[in-house]
Design a protein around this ligand. Structure first.
Ligand code: GRF
Length: 223
């Protein structure tokens, strides 16, 4: 990605879009190198599409009456907007393998747990936090990773821990994790966009300068 123009980011989202909003807000800063150029969703009712439109960003619900048609539309719509980088911000579909291959090292996902724990098919939204509480772990968190062919399996870019409290409900834990996601995702996307972190040919995720890896989040009990 050349450094003389902003890095074009397409965001895929199925839900309310608070992670998308965090990216939009971050991209508005003069220091940011990213520009959200298109938001795509598999759900016409996704709040993310409304957030895109409210920010003057094109929001498109994938056209097509079948999953195959919608997946074909996805590839075309990504090519059309000349996305340099693709971000899954609460996208519930598996991304077709040809797209994962085409965007290898340039497609990332955020997951509301410390992968590989509490990840994989069926582990999304409330299901994740219910499983965390059922298992009784004392720490959960958020993960941003490069996307590979399977759900939540790709090389990990950034993670951050979140305390699990004895009186937590799935909702209270989700809210605490979401607040961290909103800080983690923009950091990770900016780092990939500016080449500070890359997906190596051997499949490893490498930070160019280890000290560049943001680890300065000081989280209070409330965060
Ligand atoms: C987030 O918890 C994210 O980790 C998961 O889906 C949720 C999306 O929330 N992949 P929002 O639509 O960004 O508010």
């Amino acid at each position: 990605m050349s450094m003389d123009r902003r890095v074009r980011v397409a965001v895929l989202a199925s839900g309310s879009g608070t992670n998308l909003q965090a990216l939009i807000d971050w991209s508005r800063a003069a220091s940011s190198r990213i520009e959200i150029v298109r938001v795509l969703s598999d759900r016409p009712e996704a709040g993310a599409l409304g957030r895109a439109e409210a920010s003057g960003i094109e929001g498109i619900c994938l056209p097509g009456s079948s999953r195959d048609e919608q997946d074909a539309s996805l590839a075309k719509l990504l090519d059309e907007c000349e996305a340099d980088l693709v971000v899954l911000a609460g996208y519930l579909r598996l991304v077709p393998a040809p797209i994962v291959r085409e965007y290898a090292g340039r497609i990332v996902n955020i997951h509301p747990a410390l992968l590989p724990a509490f990840g994989g098919a069926g582990m999304y939204g409330r299901h994740v936090h219910e499983a965390v509480l059922r298992r009784g772990v004392r720490v959960s968190g958020a993960t941003v990773h490069f996307v590979s062919a399977d759900y939540d399996e790709g090389p990990i870019i950034l993670q951050w821990p979140v305390p699990v409290l004895d009186d937590d409900t799935p909702e209270s834990l989700a809210a605490r994790v979401l607040a961290v996601e909103h800080r983690l995702l923009p950091e990770a996307v900016e780092a990939v966009a500016t080449g500070h972190v890359t997906l190596e040919p051997d499949g490893a995720c490498r930070w160019m300068r280890p000290e560049a890896q943001p680890n300065t989040f000081i989280l209070s009990r409330e965060s």
